[in-house]
Design a protein around this ligand. Structure first.
Ligand code: NAD
Ligand code: WQD
Length: 328
């Protein structure tokens, strides 16, 4: 089964492409490499012994994107990763985010309708929940005012998906971390890391002097913020599970994709240090604007319906994150 994977050269996309191949699907990548590189494609080739077709096309370019559908006649479904993802940049340049993140989805939906491609898996985010009223957060929790234009694009994309005929599943990822155990596939983003675990890796490597912990006066276990960190390979596998489910149950759905366990920033540092037998230099700084105090996933729905569960331990995720950092 031929599956179109937009953003398939990116961090989560490349891991998903690997899992798709291992599960017998034929992924076709559409990625303009604006935030990745062919390094991940070489990694996919080494790990799976398969050369994946890449179309270096911008998904907002309808004419070029249409040519992909024309060439690859029998596409069964699509997984849409292509988007910009920097929360901080989205605050500075919101229009760029609305154009790319919403624009690419609209073009994809139009082409899917035209070429009668029925199934879509969409990369959403737990950011749609803002600060939830109840924990763990379930899929029924309402959308809160988005913390950023990036978050708003995810909310709007989910709303668009509810309004069209195409059957889709939105996967609301919690915090993806780690890399493929081979150390050959990972986050190839050119930007300076902005997420916690990549920053911890840079500090451990000596590229950065120290980590600033964004506040220790929250109402949490140790005062630092709590998140649900999920290994990217577990996350990748959830796409295959969602795709198989959607093909069997052609209707709309949303699922949380997390581990169900919260970890504080200070616990994450300790876990990294223990897993990698190294020290992370840190100091406590002020709170970060717009940070959610605590969020972690209720996995009841996904475990029941998709028959998927995160399997990889946090220690392993920290080791794999470090392995990518030292190899890259
Ligand atoms: P990434 O930047 O590594 O991957 C995105 C890929 O899409 C990149 O390879 C980029 O080159 C490509 N791309 C972007 N715009 C494009 C366009 N217009 N046309 C073609 N290709 C385009 O990011 P990621 O971390 O792999 O995230 C994948 C998806 O998951 C995104 O939609 C992101 O918003 C979502 N998500 C990510 C996280 C996270 O923490 N990484 C969490 C929740 C949701
Ligand atoms: C995790 C925790 C920080 C850096 C973001 C997006 C979200 C999703 C995932 C895409 C927070 C703390 C961090 C540092 C720190 N992406 N931290 N010092 O904010 O949960 O989510 O990425 O959808 O939409 O908002 O992830 O990794 O930035 O932060 O103390 O130098 O680590 O304050 O509590 P976040 P993160």
């Amino acid at each position: 089964m031929k599956i179109l994977v937009t953003g398939g050269a990116g961090y989560i996309g490349s891991h998903t492409v690997t899992e798709l191949i291992q599960e017998g699907f034929q992924p076709i990548i559409v990625d303009n490499l604006c935030n990745s590189s062919v390094k991940n494609l070489e990694g996919i080739r080494s790990v799976t012994d398969t050369i994946v077709q890449l179309y270096n096309v911008d998904c907002t370019n309808e004419i070029e994107f249409k040519e992909v559908f024309e060439k690859e006649k029998d596409i069964v479904g699509a997984i849409h990763f292509a988007a910009y993802k920097s929360v901080e940049e989205s605050v500075r340049e919101p229009e760029k985010y609305f154009q790319n993140n919403i624009g690419s989805l609209k073009v994809l939906l139009k082409l899917m309708e035209h070429f009668e491609v029925d199934y879509l898996i969409f990369s959403s985010s737990c950011t749609v929940y803002g600060t939830p009223d109840n924990l763990p957060v379930t899929e029924e929790a309402p959308f809160k005012k988005a913390e950023s234009p990036y978050g708003e694009t995810k909310q709007q994309c989910e709303e668009i998906l509810q309004s069209v005929a195409i059957k889709s599943i939105s996967l609301r990822y919690f915090n993806p971390i780690g890399s493929h155990s081979s150390g050959l596939i990972g986050d190839c983003s050119a930007d300076k890391p902005a997420n916690l675990i990549p920053i911890i890796c840079e500090v451990a490597k000596g590229v950065r002097e120290k980590l600033i912990v964004n506040g220790n006066d929250y109402n949490t276990i140790d005062g630092s913020c709590v998140r649900d960190y999920i290994h990217v390979v577990d996350l990748a596998k959830s796409h295959v599970a969602a795709l198989k489910y959607l093909i069997k149950n052609p209707k709309k759905g949303v699922f949380n994709i997390g581990t169900g366990k919260g970890l504080s920033v200070l616990e994450a540092i300790q876990c990294f240090e223990k897993a990698n037998k190294t020290n992370v230099n840190y100091e406590i700084g002020p709170r970060r604007d717009g940070d959610v105090e605590e969020i972690f996933s209720d996995n009841t729905k996904v475990e029941k319906l998709l028959d998927w569960k995160a399997q990889i331990s946090l220690e392993q995720a920290m080791q794999d994150a470090w392995n990518w950092e030292i190899k890259k």
